[in-house]
Design a protein around this ligand. Structure first.
Ligand code: RIB
Length: 310
């Protein structure tokens, strides 16, 4: 991470979904039919979002993913191509539909997401191994949990063998992870819910967040960046902890803010920036993303980012 580069090379392994977003006056109760105020369809999935964010910042991005052989899959592929993302490891299957995510967003910008992972579940370790040379050529590998664990582990192992910096984003939340995942993560990047579920510890105060992050470090992660929503993030390494506060804003739609953060973080670390500076910049971009509706549509462009970071 020491020398600054002019363009980072990022490899993302992860899920692609089509987001079906309904804006609602409040979250519906069980059994209730509620009138929404607006609907938006767009490209989503944690892996796809992180790849698009990094590409929007000018990174050279390769994605490894699986789509259904259907219209959503075809459109997703075109979307990647539009952002100049390398798609030679995007596979198609007729065994499942492309992933979809019906999402409800309330007036405070908070969301409820259902994921139907479909084809994402069929990405295999063999397909990851076939992408080995591209993983080894990256500056940073990024993985999350919207695909099965086995392909993630295969990718993390290959990256570690090649000396590639790894970021693991344990989203969506699950209670347990094998110890290998921590050991192969140079940067383990959970949010508050994921941290609570993985550690069983509260994350209400910054002190509690640091204790929880240290318990993740003790499992073998190189560093932990705990994202704290409107409170910013906490960067914790074996040498110390630093809080990165976030700017206070009125959120319109927080969907994908975590992905804007992780994709930006990958790009900045890939450029050789230090953890704290990369986290500070990623936080500003994630905050900007909650001001616009939609997922990838809310991610700022490179020009907007240059202005934002000046
Ligand atoms: O993190 C936001 C993403 O979660 C959405 O794009 C949705 O597809 C789900 O994967």
């Amino acid at each position: 991470m020491a020398n600054q580069r002019t363009r980072s090379k990022i490899c993302v392994v992860g899920a692609c979904n089509i987001d079906l977003v309904s804006y609602v006056p409040r979250m519906p109760a069980v059994g209730e039919t509620l009138h929404g105020t607006r609907f938006q369809i767009g490209f989503g999935g944690k892996g796809a979002n992180q790849a698009v964010m990094a590409a929007k910042l000018g990174a050279d991005v390769t994605i490894i993913a699986k789509l259904g052989r259907d219209v959503f899959g075809e459109d997703t592929l075109k979307n990647f191509e539009r952002f100049g993302i390398t798609t030679r490891h995007v596979h198609s299957t007729d065994q499942a539909f492309s992933g979809v995510a019906p999402i409800a967003v309330d007036p405070q910008g908070r969301n409820s997401i259902i994921i139907v992972t479909g084809a994402n579940d069929l990405l295999t370790p063999t397909e990851i191994e076939a992408a080995g040379p591209d993983i080894a050529a990256a500056d940073v590998l990024v993985c999350q949990l919207e695909i099965p664990l086995e392909p993630n582990l295969a990718a993390l192992r290959l990256a570690r063998e090649a000396g590639v910096t790894t970021i693991f984003n344990p989203a969506p939340a699950r209670p347990e992870l094998p110890e290998e995942v921590y050991r192969y993560s140079d940067v383990f990047c959970p949010n508050e819910t994921e941290t609570q579920l993985l550690t069983g510890l509260p994350v209400t105060t910054l002190g509690e967040a640091e204790t929880a992050a240290r318990s993740l470090l003790a499992r073998g992660a190189g560093a932990v960046i705990l994202t704290l929503g409107e409170r910013g993030s906490l960067v914790v390494t074996p040498d110390g902890a630093q809080h990165v506060p976030a700017e206070a804003v009125q959120a319109v739609d927080s969907t994908g803010a975590g992905d804007a953060y992780v994709g930006s973080l990958a790009c900045f670390l890939g450029l050789g920036q230090g953890l704290f500076e990369a986290a500070r910049r990623a936080g500003r971009i994630a905050t900007r993303s909650v001001l616009q509706p939609g997922t990838q549509t809310s991610f700022p462009s490179r020009d907007e980012v240059l202005e934002l970071l000046n």
